[in-house]
Design a protein around this ligand. Sequence first.
Ligand SMILES: [Ca+2]
Length: 463
Amino acid sequence: MKRRDFLKAVSFGAAALAMPGCAGTLQHVAKGKKPNIVYIMLDELGYFELSCMGNKYLKTPNIDRMATEGMRFTQALAGGPVCAPTRCALMTGQHTGYCTVRMNSQVWPMRAEDVTVAEVLKQAGYATGGFGKWGCGDRGTTGVPEKHGFDIFFGYYNQTHAHSYYPCYLVRNGEKVPLEGNTGDFYKGEQFSHYLIFGESIKFIRENKDRPFFCYCAWTPPHGRWGTPEDEPAWQQFKDKQWPSRDAKVYAAMVKMVDRQIGQMFALLRELDLDDDTIVFVCGDNGGKRYFGDFFEPNRDFRGEKGNLYEGGLRVPMIVRWPGKIKPGAVSDHLWYFPDVMPTLAELAGVEPPDNIDGISIVPTLLGESAAGRKQKEHKFLYWEHKEQVAVRMGNFKVVQPGKNKPFELYDLSKDIGEKNNIASEHPDSLAKMKAYARQSHTENLIGDVLDKEKRFMGHQFR
Ligand SMILES: [Ca+2]
């Protein structure tokens, strides 16, 4: 056993030992009922792209209903402003100054010793399935999901592979699954990948209905490129709109399609009599992108978009529903981000997360402080880095360093959600403190190993 694998085994073993009867065990766990967990993350869906958020064009009736039946968060923030790092922060509970995958890269996999939430839940007795875009390590690397706690992962391992809905193949547990009839054309083919990914998500729930399961749906719609089957019902609804581009219409159709599938997911949970035993999350993966200028207004009130660390790059829609446990119609302004998902799900499952995480469980916010048996703990600060950008959030204050050697800007988000009024010169003490938090948060970026480079994604023309 290599030293780092040994360290992983030791720290993880200690976490497992700490689990039974630990202080603060939730009532449902004490009674031996671990909830099923469905975590649906829609790629690029912006904060203002739900109809319940007043969007004029996009229709999300099932997500809207979920918000009336569950809790909607106004200050849930992504782990990072682009696909791969935000997923790594979500999976590991570590922020982007500490986690392994800090950029969208072809050669930057998770390390063997990185512990994911799937590993933690698997140790708690969960069946673990992932469906959609992985982004934390290509085939042939130490970052593959089947070595990070997933019993099954089906979809795209490589985020660039995920740019097509008609790829020549998808991947199941490291093995290529050829999609006959697809030629490498981005917009046309015989097999629409997301139907297959959705089908596998549903199948996983059916197959594991009699035991606790973690169904991680990192679904790629509405991320481009925007190919769609001509007979997709949502496309039929939008294709004749007099809108600026075909792509905008497909984007709207994709939002409507995944909303319909979320409705189907809830119908399945009711059919299997699992509705009350299942907590469902629906969120975006990073801030919205202005693919069509301001047409859909993905980040209406926010500055910036996907790729930067202003609120437009980080704030995501986040709705959580668990009948009988989460208060219906609640709106929470609790400030949290993706590293908090790991300890939250671990607590719901009655196990301890690893020690080396940055997240804080939000169970007291979700279930109420009396059910959780303690008050909600707040972050002293939250931290992000992306390429040469840095951001720190401390209460309502946020600093952003938008590039290398650029001065830090300071905003008070309670008065200035659009980050327009830089007040750095008025608050030297807060600025100094937050800059110090930034310095202490950045660690050396360690990297996983490529074990077989022939297995990596080579481009859409290759089968
Ligand atoms: Ca994304």
